[in-house]
Design a protein around this ligand. Structure first.
Ligand code: PLP
Length: 289
């Protein structure tokens, strides 16, 4: 908890300990909502347009309409105010934004149209994984047990939570999920791999989240003339990976050097991984929004 710890709930800036939502909130009862996590460097949220577009798409995808003057751009402004109020305008921080379908007597179908969505925004100090990014991380594979709309960033994270916990218990940083013989993504990350010198990542479809870091990296790879093949990596191609890395807002480019107990490539972060770590770090530092 940071010194001031002010959060935003439904129109008010309040100390976190005094923030309240109803026990009938549909986020609490059904996980009926969506969220975003933004990276902030020196008070500047990174890649806001990408995040705003994705939040809009997630809201539309689960049919939540924001009321009045609420919109993703406004949430970013509220986030900036939270950064100021919580003395987080220097160094690294994150913004968390969550919108649920609001509070209503429990029933599976949607509540009355006039029900106000619940909006919760908070800011926190963040420390990047510097050492692990240098040495490389351990990952495992697990079955992908999620639903058919993994492209929406919803609060329904139970399969991700369970897989992430198994990874932790096995001493791994992340679980990479397998659906129909294909590696889809991690519990909280997308991934890129190198096979026969070609950089590959899972194509955008309903089986993965369209990660912002994935998009940013795709553009950056193009800028530095690295070709990217958006074709799925099959489980039986895993032994041929010479490099593997995870991407995410709080994960950056995280090399994976051991997968399911087997060494990936030479057992240390590869040259393409290092190059992309560098260009992403430069992009973050430049504060592009
Ligand atoms: N995939 C999943 C399932 C995630 O939950 C996340 C982020 O939380 C990502 C990928 C990475 O997305 P981003 O780069 O937008 O953080």
């Amino acid at each position: 908890m940071n010194a001031k710890d002010i959060v935003y709930v439904n129109g008010s800036f309040v100390p976190r300990a005094e923030a309240r939502v109803s026990v009938e909130d549909r986020g609490f009862v059904f996980g009926d909502g969506v969220y975003e996590v933004l990276r902030v460097i020196n008070g500047r949220p990174f890649a806001t347009r990408f995040h705003n577009d994705r939040l809009r798409r997630s809201l539309e995808g689960i049919r939540i309409s924001l009321k009045g003057s609420d919109n993703p751009e406004r949430f970013v402004e509220i986030g900036k105010e939270l950064l100021r109020q919580n003395a987080l305008v220097d160094g690294e921080a994150t913004l968390y934004m969550q919108v649920t379908r609001g509070a209503s007597t429990r029933a599976h179908n949607f509540p009355a149209a006039e029900t106000e969505p619940t909006v919760y925004i908070s800011a926190a100090r963040f420390t990047p994984y510097k050492d692990l990014a240098e040495s490389g991380a351990v990952a495992i594979t697990l079955p992908d047990q999620r639903w058919g709309r993994c492209d929406l960033k919803t609060l329904n994270l139970l399969p991700n939570v369970l897989a992430s916990q198994i990874a932790k218990e096995k001493g791994a940083f992340e679980a990479m999920l397998i659906r129909d013989g294909i590696v889809t993504e991690g519990t909280r990350t997308n991934f890129f791999g190198v096979i026969d010198g070609v950089l590959r990542t899972h194509p955008l479809n309903n089986h993965i989240l369209p990660g912002i870091t994935r998009s940013v990296l795709r553009d950056l790879a193009h800028q530095v003339s690295i070709d990217l093949d958006e074709s799925p990596i099959k489980v039986d191609e895993i032994p041929r990976l010479s490099e593997l890395f995870l991407t995410g807002t709080t994960t950056d480019v995280m090399p994976v050097v051991t997968l399911d107990g087997k060494t990936v490539g030479k057992g240390r972060p590869g040259s393409l991984t290092r190059q992309l770590q560098k260009v992403l770090a430069e992009s973050l530092a430049s504060g592009s929004d």
